[in-house]
Design a protein around this ligand. Structure first.
Ligand code: PHE
Ligand code: ZN
Length: 886
C-alpha cells in the first residue's frame, strides 16, 4: 500500500460550509522565480450551518503545495497557537462571527508541471482552477458552494507581460517602479474559486463585438501568441453564433461588458469556462484553412459554444459539490450538441454523439470505473471528468427534453435559471425545476442519475395475421456495476416507427379504438417504466419492419433478431436518418463478426457490397449522411461488443471486409472521387465538408488495395491541397498504404512544411502513432525521441502515447504484451510530473477483463506494475486499484 492512498469522499457526508466568503481581494506579484499572492478575504459564519453558529467551528481552508508567508486576522498576526498547517489544510481555531483574513503565500508557477493552479505555459502565466486548483494558489474554502465577489490586481514586468487579464471588468491600471505595471479587475458576479482565472503574457489581441438581444454591446477579445494571429477568426465567429443561439433557444443573454478567450499550448483538458475569461487548449480554438481539418473546425465550434454556454449552465447556476458535476457538464454538452445540430445536420451530429457514447461511454459503464451520472463517492475528482458525466449526462437531459417536448423543456430551463440564479445546486434541483414547470412526475426518471451501467433492451415481436395486430415485447435489464446490484427498471423514452413492405411509414395505433379514430401518428415515443412491456399495433395488413429506438432516443443497448434483409431494407427506406445509418452499421458488424477467424473460402456477403455500391454511386442521397454510412464500425466498437475479445483477429476480419469492398467497388470509388473534386474556392459548409469526406474515404480505400490510379490521385491531392482536410486525408491514406516510399516522402514533406506549428505537429505525431503500419513500437519510441516531442506538453503526450494506446488497437494489443508494457512504463514516468494526464492515459488497460485470456493476463500484469510504482499519485492510485479490484 502506498503511503499516499487517497481518501474516499462520499456524497452522503456533504455538509454546508461553516464559513462564507463575501469578498476575495487578490494581489498577484509575478516574478520569474515565483509568485507572491496576497489575499484578503471577508468571512462570516454561515447562517445555515448550525455548528458554526452555536460553537464557532474552527476555520478550515484548503491549500496544496503552498508556502505560507503571513497570516493576519482583523489586522493582527494570528498567534502560532491559534492555527496549524498540514499538507492539505490551514486551520484557524478561534475566529469571530465576521472577520477579515489576510493571507500571503509564495508559489512557483515555473515549476508547476501538473498544470493545476497558476503555472507557466511557454512565456505566459495562466491558471486552471477547476476542480481544486485554486488551493494551489492560496488558502481558501475551495468548494463550489462558497461563492465570493473577486477583485484581482496583477503586477508583472511590463515588457515581458504587457497583457494582464482576470475575470470581470478592468477597473484600474498603471505603472510601477522597476519596469513593472499592474492591472486590477473586478468581477461583479459572486463565483466559486474554480471559476477564477488569471493570464499574463505578451499576447496579441483580436477584437470583435456582439450586440445582445437587449441591445448591449459586448467586447469580444481573443488573446493568442503573435504567431497565431491568423487562426482566430473561426473561434470568434463561432462565439458570435453561440451567443445568438443561446438568446434564441434559451433566452439567455451574456452578462458582462467583455468576454475574453485565451489560447494556451499547455493545458490538461480542452477548455475552461472561467467567468468572462475562457481559457482554451490551443488545439481546441486555433484554426485556419491550411492547418485545421473539417473535424477540427467542427470541434472548435462546439467547444467554443460549450464554454460560452457554461456562463449560464455552470457559472450563473453552479454545482453545490463535485458529485453534481453533471449538473453543469451534462446540461452544457446537451446544449452544445443542440447548437451544433442546428448549425449543421442534426442527424449527422446525432450519429457522432451516439458513436462516442456506444464506443467509449458504454465501455466505461461496463468497466471497473463505472459510476453513475451523479456518483456517490470518489477519491480524486479529476478522475470523474468522464464520458459518463459529460455525454451520458447529456443524454439524460436529452431524454427529459424528449419526454417533455421542446416547449415544456424550455419552460423548465427558464424556471431552473430563474429559481437558482446565483446559487450552487444539485442535479435534483434541475430535475425538480423540469417537473414543476411541466407537471410531469420524473421520480423514476431520477434513477438515471443514481444507477450506473447501460440498460439493455431485449426486443422480440410477432405478427398475428388474422387479427392484423403486431406485438412488440421489450424487456429491460440493467447490469451490475461495481458496488451496485439488483437495480430498478428505468424510465426510458423509446422512439419507434413501423415500415410497410414498400418502405412506407405505417400508422401506429396502440388499440382498436385508436385505429378507429384513424389519426394515429407514424412515429411514437413509448415510455418504458417496467422490466417488461408488450405493445400491440392494430390495423396492420402485413408484418411490418420495426424501426427501433429512432434518433437513438435513449442511451441503451438494443438487441433484436434482425435479418440481413431487414437491415438492408431499413438502410434504404427508414425515414429516420439515424436508423438508416444504424442499420448499415449493424449489417457491417454482422458481416465482420462472421469473418472473425473464418476460413479463406468464406466470402463477404454480396448484399453488403451491393448496399455500399448504392451508397457510393447514388449522388441523389444525402451526401453528408452517406459519408458517415461509409465508415465501417471501428475496431474499438467491435471489441466493445465482444466478450473475450481478440483484437488482432477483429482487426484482420474488418480489414478483410474493407479490402473486399474496395476491390469490388474499385471503379465506383474512382468515379466517386472524381465526382467530388472541388474546383472552386475552399468552403466550410456541410456540402463541401461531405464532398471532402467522401473523397478521402474513396482515396483511403483505393490506397488500401494499392491501386495505381488511386496513388496518382493521392499524390496530386497531397501536392495541390489548399486545406488541411485534403492534405491530411492524402497523408493518412499514404501512411496506411503499402506505398512505402510515398509514405516516407509525404511524412517528411509534411513535417518540413509545418514544423513551426505545434497544432499541426500534433496531427503529424498522431497520424503515425495511430497507424497500423507506422505505429509499431520501435517507431513510437522514435517519436518520443523526436525533437518536437515534449514530455511537459499534454497534447504531444496524447498525440503519441494516447493515440497509440487508444486508436492503434492492433499494435497496442500485440500478443507479446509489448504494447501494454510500453504504456505502463510511460504512465509511470508521467505520474511524477502530471498525475492527471497519467491517470487518463492508463484507461485502455483498465478494461483488461474484456479481452481474451492471453491478452488480459498481460494487461493485468502491466496494471500491477503501475500499482507497485513508488510514490504513486492519488489520481493513478484510484484508477489502478479500482481496475484490479475483484
Ligand atoms: N469545465 C471544463 C469544461 O467545460 C473542463 C475542465 C475540467 C477543464 C477540469 C479543466 C479542468 O468542460
Ligand atoms: Zn464543460
Amino acid at each position: 500500500m502506498p503511503s499516499n492512498q487517497p481518501q474516499t469522499i462520499y456524497l452522503s457526508d456533504y455538509k454546508v460550509p461553516a464559513y462564507l466568503v463575501d469578498t476575495a481581494d487578490l494581489r498577484f506579484e509575478l516574478f520569474e522565480d515565483g509568485a507572491r499572492v496576497h489575499s484578503t478575504l471577508a468571512f462570516r459564519r454561515n447562517p445555515d450551518c448550525q455548528e458554526s453558529q452555536e460553537t464557532g467551528a474552527p476555520l478550515q481552508l484548503h491549500g496544496d503545495s503552498l508556502k505560507l508567508e503571513s497570516l493576519v486576522l482583523n489586522g493582527e498576526a494570528v498567534a502560532t497557537s491559534n492555527y496549524s498547517v498540514s499538507d492539505e489544510l490551514l486551520t484557524v481555531n478561534q475566529v469571530p462571527q465576521h472577520f477579515t483574513l489576510q493571507v500571503v503565500t509564495w508559489i512557483e508557477p515555473q515549476n508547476n508541471t501538473r498544470l493545476e493552479g497558476l503555472y507557466k505555459s511557454a512565456a505566459m502565466f495562466c491558471t486552471q482552477c477547476e476542480a481544486e486548483g485554486f488551493r494551489c494558489i492560496t488558502y481558501f474554502p475551495d468548494r463550489p458552494d462558497v461563492m465570493a465577489r473577486f477583485s484581482t490586481r496583477i503586477e508583472a514586468d511590463k515588457t515581458a507581460y504587457p497583457v494582464l487579464l482576470s475575470n470581470g471588468n478592468p477597473v484600474e491600471q498603471g505603472d510601477l517602479s522597476d519596469g513593472r505595471h499592474f492591472v486590477t479587475w473586478e468581477d461583479p458576479f459572486p463565483k466559486p474559486a474554480y471559476l477564477f482565472a488569471l493570464v499574463a503574457g505578451d499576447l496579441l489581441e483580436k477584437q470583435d463585438s456582439f450586440t445582445t438581444m437587449s441591445g448591449r454591446k459586448v467586447d469580444l477579445r481573443m488573446y493568442v501568441e503573435p504567431r497565431n494571429s491568423e487562426k482566430c477568426e473561426y473561434a470568434l465567429d463561432s462565439l458570435k453564433r453561440a451567443m445568438a443561439w443561446d438568446e434564441q433557444t434559451y433566452g439567455r443573454e451574456y452578462d458582462l461588458d467583455i468576454f475574453m478567450i485565451v489560447a494556451v499550448d499547455d493545458f490538461n483538458m480542452g477548455a475552461m469556462e472561467n467567468k468572462g475569461l475562457n481559457i482554451f487548449n490551443s488545439s481546441c480554438v486555433l484554426a485556419s484553412q491550411e492547418t485545421a481539418t473539417d473535424m477540427a473546425f467542427e470541434r472548435i465550434e462546439s467547444i467554443v459554444a460549450h464554454e460560452y454556454f457554461h456562463n449560464w449552465s455552470g457559472n450563473r447556476v453552479t454545482c453545490r459539490d463535485w458529485f453534481q458535476l453533471s449538473l453543469k457538464e451534462g446540461f452544457t454538452v446537451f446544449r452544445d450538441t443542440q447548437f451544433s445540430g442546428d448549425m449543421g445536420s442534426a442527424t449527422v451530429k446525432r450519429i457522432e454523439s451516439a458513436t462516442v457514447l456506444r464506443t467509449a461511454q458504454f465501455a466505461e459503464d461496463a468497466g471497473p470505473m463505472a459510476h453513475s451520472v451523479r456518483p456517490a463517492s470518489y477519491m480524486e475528482i479529476t478522475n470523474f471528468y468522464t464520458l459518463t458525466i459529460y455525454v451520458k449526462g447529456a443524454e439524460v437531459v436529452r431524454m427529459i427534453h424528449t419526454l417533455l417536448g421542446p416547449d415544456l423543456f424550455r419552460k423548465g430551463s427558464d424556471l431552473y435559471f430563474e429559481r437558482h440564479d446565483g446559487q450552487a445546486v444539485t442535479t435534483d434541483d434541475f430535475v425538480k425545476a423540469m417537473e414543476d414547470a411541466s407537471g410531469r412526475d420524473l421520480g423514476q426518471f431520477r434513477l438515471w442519475y443514481e444507477q450506473a451501467g447501460t440498460p439493455q433492451l431485449a426486443i422480440s415481436d410477432e405478427y398475428d395475421e388474422s387479427a392484423g395486430v403486431y406485438h412488440l415485447h421489450i424487456k429491460q435489464t440493467l447490469p451490475d456495476t461495481p458496488g451496485q446490484t439488483d437495480k430498478q427498471p428505468q424510465h426510458i423514452p423509446f422512439a419507434l416507427g413501423l415500415l410497410g413492405s414498400r418502405g412506407e411509414a405505417l400508422a401506429l395505433a396502440l388499440s382498436a379504438e385508436e385505429l378507429a379514430k384513424a389519426d394515429a401518428p407514424q412515429e411514437r415515443v413509448l415510455e418504458l417504466t417496467e422490466a417488461s412491456h408488450s405493445f400491440e399495433f392494430h390495423g396492420l395488413s402485413e408484418r411490418p419492419v420495426p424501426s427501433l429506438l429512432r434518433h437513438f432516443s435513449a442511451p441503451v443497448r438494443v438487441s433484436y433478431p434482425w435479418t440481413r434483409e431487414q437491415l438492408l431494407f431499413l438502410m434504404n427506406h427508414d425515414s429516420d436518418g439515424f436508423n438508416r445509418w444504424d442499420a448499415g452499421q449493424r449489417l457491417a458488424i454482422d458481416v465482420i463478426q462472421q469473418m472473425i477467424g473464418a476460413p479463406k473460402d468464406v466470402t463477404v456477403d454480396a448484399r453488403l457490397v451491393g448496399a455500399f455500391r448504392h451508397l457510393i454511386s447514388d449522388a441523389d442521397l444525402d451526401q453528408a449522411l452517406v459519408a458517415k454510412m461509409l465508415v465501417l464500425p471501428t475496431v474499438a466498437y467491435l471489441a466493445e461488443l465482444t466478450d473475450g475479445a481478440d483484437v488482432p483477429a477483429i482487426h484482420r476480419a474488418r480489414r478483410r471486409v474493407l479490402k473486399h469492398l474496395a476491390i469490388a467497388l474499385r471503379d465506383e470509388l474512382v468515379a466517386c472521387y472524381r465526382r467530388n473534386i472541388d474546383s472552386g474556392p475552399y468552403q466550410l459548409g456541410p456540402e463541401a465538408v461531405a464532398r471532402r469526406s467522401l473523397r478521402n474515404t474513396a482515396l483511403a480505400w483505393l490506397l488500401l488495395i494499392n491501386d495505381e490510379e488511386g496513388r496518382s490521385l493521392g499524390l496530386g491531392q497531397y501536392r495541390d491541397a489548399d486545406n488541411m482536410t485534403d492534405r491530411m486525408g492524402a497523408l493518412k491514406a499514404f501512411v496506411n498504404s503499402g506505398y512505402d516510399d510515398d509514405r516516407a516522402a509525404s511524412l517528411n514533406d509534411f513535417y518540413q512544411t509545418f514544423q513551426h506549428d505545434p497544432q499541426v505537429v500534433e496531427q503529424w505525431f498522431s497520424v503515425q502513432a495511430a497507424s497500423r503500419r507506422t505505429g509499431q513500437l520501435s517507431h513510437i519510441h522514435a517519436l518520443l525521441e523526436h525533437p518536437a516531442f515534449d514530455w511537459k506538453n499534454p497534447n504531444k503526450i496524447r498525440a503519441v502515447i494516447g493515440a497509440f494506446a487508444g486508436q492503434n488497437l492492433v499494435n497496442f494489443h500485440n500478443p507479446d504484451g509489448s504494447g501494454y508494457q510500453f504504456l505502463a512504463d510511460q504512465v509511470c514516468k508521467l505520474d511524477d510530473s502530471n498525475p492527471q494526464i497519467a491517470a487518463r492515459l492508463v484507461s485502455p488497460l483498465t478494461r483488461w477483463r474484456k479481452f481474451a485470456p492471453e491478452y488480459s493476463q498481460q494487461m493485468q500484469a502491466a496494471l500491477m506494475q503501475i500499482r507497485d510504482k513508488e510514490n504513486l499519485s492519488g489520481d493513478l492510485y484510484e484508477v489502478v486499484y479500482k481496475s484490479l479490484a475483484d
